[in-house]
Design a protein around this ligand. Structure first.
Ligand code: NDP
Length: 312
């Protein structure tokens, strides 16, 4: 069986495909992005797209979706689409969402995430995406509270048909506690960096205890896929006779998490991922590896000091 056909239930009751297609794209790969996404949807078996206003790929995704909807090869309800509100548009998530919907050629998204619990001092159109002062330090909006964005997202969720669910990304446990104390919608998901070098065991438990689905970004260790070389991952791949990438994907889906691998390599995309029934003990061993060898790959300067472990 393919890991791509596994679904998980959100706290809204909706179903989310456990494997989503990551859509960060380097400038150099933009030329093949549409072909890659089409292959993912038509041949790879992907039914979940993870994007964001800030990735600059939404218009390309919109072109592919429109083409596949028009040709009847795909229906809107066949595909789960997530987008995100970037901190430069923290004050106006509706504007962010409307721009995303326009570019994606969609009437609604299945999940809208607050990309970071941060507020940048940008203009009303969200530019620059990361404002900096003369010393190169990120400029944060004075007096802003990241929960203001979440409260506005709740309003969108309750009063429009533009989002089926709302969630968060890059929130720590302390931030989730504050959100749960001060607002009345439990996020459907929290998307964070997670892999066998960064298992975040207590964080994962907190989310599970509060019915917040954990979504794992940078599961391969981001560009260059360094996690494919983790010794225990290589050993398990040998044991099960599968490529190492299948172990990195099943580390999440077998534990009830969403995973968001990225590839713009058509051959890899078409291959997909096999389901590998890792035992509880093997999942615990993968966690243990990260407890002993912690490494975070995505450490942008705006996230410094937020409170995530192993930053930088
Ligand atoms: P990944 O961890 O998915 O790694 C991507 C890299 O792995 C690419 O270089 C890709 O190259 C390579 N790769 C993929 N499959 C294989 C394979 N089978 N063998 C060898 N190499 C492989 O990277 P990302 O950091 O992009 O994370 C994935 C997604 O998570 C993002 O695209 C985005 O959607 C989301 N994300 C969310 C964030 C947030 O703040 N919420 C932050 C970061 C990411 P190739 O293209 O050549 O296959």
């Amino acid at each position: 069986m393919s890991a791509l056909s596994i679904n998980i239930q959100l706290n809204t009751g909706a179903s989310i495909p456990a494997v989503g297609f990551g859509t960060v794209c380097d400038e150099a790969n933009k030329g093949i992005f549409k072909e890659a996404l089409e292959a993912a949807l038509l041949e790879g078996g992907y039914r979940h797209i993870d994007t964001a206003w800030c990735y600059g790929t939404e218009a390309l995704i919109g072109e592919v979706l429109q083409k596949l909807f028009d040709s009847g090869k795909l229906k809107r309800e066949d595909v789960f689409v997530t987008t995100k509100v970037w901190p430069s548009l923290w004050a106006n998530p509706l504007k962010s969402l409307d721009k995303s919907l326009h570019d994606l050629h969609l009437d609604y998204v299945d999940l809208l995430l607050q990309h970071w619990p941060l507020a940048f001092d940008s203009d009303e159109n969200g530019h620059p995406k990361v404002p900096k002062d003369e010393q190169g330090h990120v400029k944060f909006a004075k007096g802003a509270d990241y929960l203001d964005t979440w409260k506005k997202m709740i309003e969108i969720y309750k009063t429009t048909d533009k989002v089926k669910a709302i969630g968060i990304s890059n929130y720590t446990v302390a931030m989730m506690k504050r959100l749960l104390e001060q607002t009345d919608v439990v996020p459907a998901a929290n998307q964070v960096e997670l892999h066998p070098h960064l298992p975040q065991v207590e964080f994962v438990k907190f989310c599970q205890d509060h019915h917040i689905i954990v979504e794992a970004f940078s599961p391969l260790g981001s560009t260059g896929a360094p996690n494919l070389k983790i010794p225990i991952v290589v050993d398990l791949a040998k044991k099960y006779g599968v490529p190492a990438v299948d172990i990195l994907v099943n580390y999440h889906v077998q534990a009830g998490r969403v995973v968001l691998p990225r590839s713009q390599n058509i051959k890899r995309i078409k291959k997909g991922f096999s389901e590998v029934k890792l035992t509880k003990n093997e999942l615990a061993q993968l966690d243990q590896y990260g407890i002993e060898h912690p490494k975070r790959y995505i450490c942008q300067d705006w996230g410094k000091g937020i409170g995530f472990e192993h930053w930088g």
